[in-house]
Design a protein around this ligand. Structure first.
Ligand code: FE2
Ligand code: FE2
Length: 375
């Protein structure tokens, strides 16, 4: 990875700035924002043909980041006028917000999207010079059309369309394989530790494991084999992590899986143990009266009493362990300092590792969500 020689713009050490090289002729030009838990990745891929260059933007990104994206593109290729093509995975504002600027910058720009995406995207009053709509998977590529289109339905939009560049073996996967990051941890290339943020992001935004399994199977059949996954959020996945994260994604429970009664019943005893670890830690710190008062109270009106009750330090969990855990944690840390929340979070994370159960993002603390509320 390389970066331009700009001064860091904030107090976080080692924040990459400027265009970041994924490989020759492929750059990530989105903003790295150390204060955000969600980095938006925009890519510029340059195709060299007949002595000329064709620059294609993959996922133009969020309006919040536009000045960074524009500056990075200017350093790379000259100006927005020199971006000849643009692809958009789906119509979310963090993906497509900057699209009008690209259309203004180059009125001749060619836009490539799926039909399902365009049906909604057209309401942004976009005016690309040329519009190419894709429907279904393609296997062949040409000089004019160098990507294979890989539909990834419901990941997380019905018409989401990943792009495969077989020349560089890079899959531009949109939100699929995107991840949250801890504040300040905005490096471009993923490490194994970044899986936690990827899992959390998918548990929040992807509808079900079956949907993910379909996408993983499609990716596994691509030829030549995918060597790099470049998602629209978080980190670029390379090397052995590609196979490892594909395997993990195939098994990950997300979205509606976490609400299903079957899974809930199976995991009830595991969540009882997790809740017990949390409650024990809280009692040790704040005493039984404080903890039982917070958990057994009928206020706030979060329906916690329909999930569980606390009787003589014993957790009696009836249903919905995943969401009960989030509610108990929220009650225990309400109005408390970050240090206490960190301690409780540590107890849950440690217990969950042995049980292999997902933890709601608000509890993991990995992404600073409770630190924002409990400074
Ligand atoms: Fe999205
Ligand atoms: Fe996104």
């Amino acid at each position: 990875m390389s970066s331009s020689e700009q001064e860091p713009e904030c107090d976080f050490p080692e924040i990459p700035v400027g265009p970041l090289s994924v490989m020759d002729d492929c750059w990530m030009v989105g903003r790295r924002n150390p204060e955000s838990m969600l980095q938006c990745n925009t890519y510029i891929r340059t195709f060299r043909q007949f002595g000329g260059r064709r620059n294609v933007c993959i996922d133009p990104g969020s309006c919040l980041d536009f000045e960074f994206v524009r500056s990075n593109i200017e350093q790379l290729v000259g100006s927005l006028h020199d971006v000849h093509g643009m692809t958009i995975n789906h119509q979310d504002p963090d993906v497509a917000g900057n699209a009008p600027w690209f259309c203004d910058g180059n009125p001749e720009i060619e836009m490539i999207v799926s039909e399902d995406v365009w049906r909604l995207l057209r309401h942004m009053m976009l005016s690309p010079g040329k519009l190419r709509l894709t429907a279904g998977r393609t296997r062949s590529i040409s000089t004019q059309q160098p990507f294979q289109f890989v539909p990834t339905p419901f990941c997380h939009f019905r018409g989401a369309m990943a792009l495969y560049d077989p020349e560089q073996r890079i899959l531009y996967s949109g939100d699929l394989f995107g991840g949250l990051n801890s504040p300040g941890k905005v490096h471009l290339l993923a490490t194994e530790d970044d899986w936690a943020g990827i899992a959390q992001f998918h548990q929040l935004y992807m509808p079900s494991r079956e949907i993910l399994r379909h996408a993983v199977r499609e990716i596994m059949t691509l030829q030549p084999k995918v060597e790099i996954i470049a998602p629209q959020h978080g980190h670029v996945i390379t090397g052995d992590l590609v196979g490892l994260f594909l395997e993990r994604m195939h098994e990950l429970l997300v979205g509606s899986d976490l609400l299903s009664s079957e899974w809930d019943t199976e995991s009830l005893s595991g969540y009882t143990d997790l809740l017990k670890s949390l409650v024990d830690c809280a009692i040790e710190e704040r005493g039984e009266l404080n903890v039982s008062g917070r958990i057994n109270s009928l206020e706030p009106f979060d329906d916690l009493h329909t999930h569980l009750r606390l009787k003589n330090r014993d957790v009696i969990l009836e249903r919905d362990g995943y969401s009960a855990l989030a509610k108990v944690f929220a009650r225990l840390v309400d109005g408390e300092a970050g240090e206490y929340a960190r301690k409780l979070s540590g107890a849950v994370v440690q217990a969950s590792e042995g049980l292999g159960l997902p933890i709601p993002p608000a509890i993991s603390g990995t992404f600073g969500s409770w630190e924002e509320r409990n400074p």
